[in-house]
Design a binder for this molecule. Sequence first.
Ligand SMILES: [Zn+2]
Length: 361
Amino acid sequence: MARVIETFCDRLQQLVDIDTPSGGVEQERVAELLAGWLAPLGCRTEWVEEPDGPARSMVIALPGSGRGVVALLGHTDTVFPAGTVAARPFRREGIRCFGPGVADMKGGLVLAAMAMETCAARQRPFQELRLLVCADEEVRLRAPAVSVHAAGARAALVFECARENGDVVSARKGAVWRTMELTGRSAHAGADTARGRSAVSALAHEILRIEGLTEGRPDMTSVVTTVAGGTAANTMPGDARATLDIRSSAPADLEHALAQLGAGGPYDGVTIEIIDRGTWPPMPRDERLTRVALEHARELGLTVGEQLSGGVSDGCWTGADGVPTLDGLGPVGALDHTEAEWIELETVERRVQLAARLIEL
Ligand SMILES: [Zn+2]
């Protein structure tokens, strides 16, 4: 027990103590460290260029003697800027670890690597076990190029952290993110009112329409998250903009939203432009993978249930591609994207075993 945890913490510290903000090439050092730890197993490694670069993704592949590919997924970026590590480096306090990205998701990368080591010493009932180390998950607007290495896999296991109560993530909502820009005509609000065309007034109608797209769709949320408009208190506003966050676990809901986004109006003298900030498909729940994961967790003495998450991950891409996908297989943790982010160590060793068993399914 103790040795596994010491190894885990030592590696986690190495990964956490590298600043890896999205968009930075430092992310490649995380992939290189993982490749170094797994090299003694006889793994093949391959860099994959990502069109959004500059950081590349990596595939670390362990050959087996069985059938099919099993894919493990994790990402190398965090939401924290350069300089964060200097201010608050990796820290261990009792059974908890802190530091930028411990839960989202450097702890998951270390756990996945240790599951590969566990499997390497056993029967290897797969043709190839591939760790997909993905760059820039937090900001990407599309699937990572490296995800082609999961195409046709028997399973994709994603190592975002387990929920605070130990639950895995068996399904995720998809998301449609857009910015709406409205252009009317500014005019004096008192002296020249008839000449003006209010972009704010049109936006007010659009807010109600867009949020109303959820009508009769219980799995869907549609939220106008920010609004802005106008320039002066005595001027009819000639411009306005809003950001939209639309999510659902049902692909048909997202298709409905996409079809209706531009269908508002007409608003006399006001034009609307919709700017794409990304569309992520839902990650569908895989009945067999989920059931087996919960059974094995129970055998290992872990308290694990399942949750539908409203957040997206790279599991959305493998799931939408038809690969049975299960997420939340990293360490138990919480408060991602905040300074208080943590993971706990007590269940790490058993979670490595759980991952190994799912790989060998
Ligand atoms: Zn993440």
